[in-house]
Design a protein around this ligand. Structure first.
Ligand code: ATP
Length: 358
């Protein structure tokens, strides 16, 4: 096992900067997820750790060793790709054994390691099958098995579940969690799916335009997003953003807009600007309620019953909002309702810089 350290890592393709001065420490034995929208530089970062992409600037260490000039095969890493990259003409056993054979590992040792990985992944009965005879989930298990048998210092996963259907994704996600719990191998995992990031990661790095916006535990990114981008990316449905003026009334600060008048109960370390973006998570709205005090007035446009919650979409003073309510709430489309706001969990952002104010 090993920790992976990125120091001022930059990657340029011509004039375009895909990864911009990233520094982060990936702790030994932890599961770290790189997450962000398409094109934010996650895969490029992972490929630099793997040695498949050269750095333009900066340094990557695996353990104590600087690996910038070390070829991929000598980095003691194993990578699992989105498209599995299995050898179609080899059966499952040989797909898993291939890397070890190349390394001239003794035959008995190969057999033992492949058997162990197959047991762990529940594919013992498929050892003689060719990849085309396997389901998507089974193929993905073989790809993971091929990484496990190498017993590497670091696992690298690039969107390994995105070719699977929704149900299988959830199942494989849980299996990967269990696997990491058993093996405790340092893992870097790339995904654009924030649910995958939240559920799998000990820590997650939220990326945008080649820059890490926040590197923290999943709960920290949810509770204390570093900026409006992270706040909007983590959580589903996404956090609502509504603009408001900050007004002082009888010694307290009020957040005022056309659809609401909220008392600011959280202290700010700095003076607030006159206008702010108020961030309210859909799950921090409840109701409908009767009183206007600390409530949002919403003109309902659509409702969606999910069984475990009722999603209510609407307009609040001309701004789009969504609320996640108790599934038994009575809400009709084309009516105006009041929803109570959890004042302890609202966030404020600077409308110009998108920085978190509260
Ligand atoms: P996705 O989820 O779509 O895979 P990503 O966050 O993994 O996105 P990268 O694949 O790392 O993004 O790409 C980051 C940026 O670098 C993108 O704008 C991409 O077009 C660009 N890029 C990646 N590889 C190359 C290349 N070989 N040549 C030129 N530009 C590249």
């Amino acid at each position: 096992m090993a920790q992976v350290t990125l120091t001022n890592v930059t990657k340029k393709f011509g004039d375009f900067t895909a990864v911009n001065d990233i520094s982060m420490e990936i702790e030994d034995g932890k599961f770290t997820v790189l997450v962000g929208p398409s094109g934010c530089g996650k895969t490029t970062t992972l490929r630099m750790v793997a040695g498949l992409e050269e750095l333009t600037d900066g340094e990557i260490r695996i353990g104590d060793r600087v690996v910038n000039r070390v070829p991929p095969k000598d980095r003691d890493i194993a990578m699992v790709f989105q498209n599995y990259a299995l050898y179609p003409h080899m059966d499952v056993y040989n797909n898993m054994a291939f890397g070890l054979k190349l390394r001239k590992t003794p035959k008995d040792e190969i057999k033992r390691r492949v058997q162990e990985a197959a047991d762990l992944l529940g594919i013992e009965s498929k050892m003689k099958s060719k990849p085309r005879e396997l389901s998507g989930g089974q193929r993905q298990r073989v790809a993971v098995g091929r990484a496990i048998v190498r017993d590497p210092k670091v696992f690298l996963f690039d969107e390994p579940l995105s070719n699977l259907d929704a149900k299988l994704r959830v199942q494989m996600r849980t299996e990967l969690e269990q696997l990491h719990h058993k093996l405790q191998t340092t893992t870097i995992y790339v995904t654009h799916d924030q649910v995958e990031a939240m559920t799998l990661g000990d820590r997650i790095a939220v990326m945008r335009d080649g820059i890490v916006q926040q590197y923290a535990s999943p709960q920290e990114t949810y509770d204390h997003p570093a900026n409006q981008f992270v706040a909007g990316f983590i959580g589903s449905p996404a956090m609502n953003f509504v603009t408001a003026s900050v007004v002082s009334v009888d010694g307290t600060s009020q957040l005022k807009s056309e659809g609401f008048d909220l008392e600011l109960q959280r202290a700010s370390a700095q003076p607030l600007p006159e206008a702010v973006v108020v961030g309210i998570r859909p799950e921090d709205l409840s109701g409908p309620v009767d009183g206007e005090k600390n409530a949002l007035r919403i003109q309902v446009t659509v409702t969606e019953q999910l069984g475990h919650s009722l999603l209510v979409y609407g307009e609040c003073g001309g701004q789009q909002v969504v609320a996640s309510l108790d599934p038994h709430s009575k809400v009709d489309v084309d009516t105006s309702i009041l929803l109570s706001v959890n004042l302890q969990t609202i966030h404020l952002f600077d409308p110009e810089t998108e920085a978190t104010l509260i």
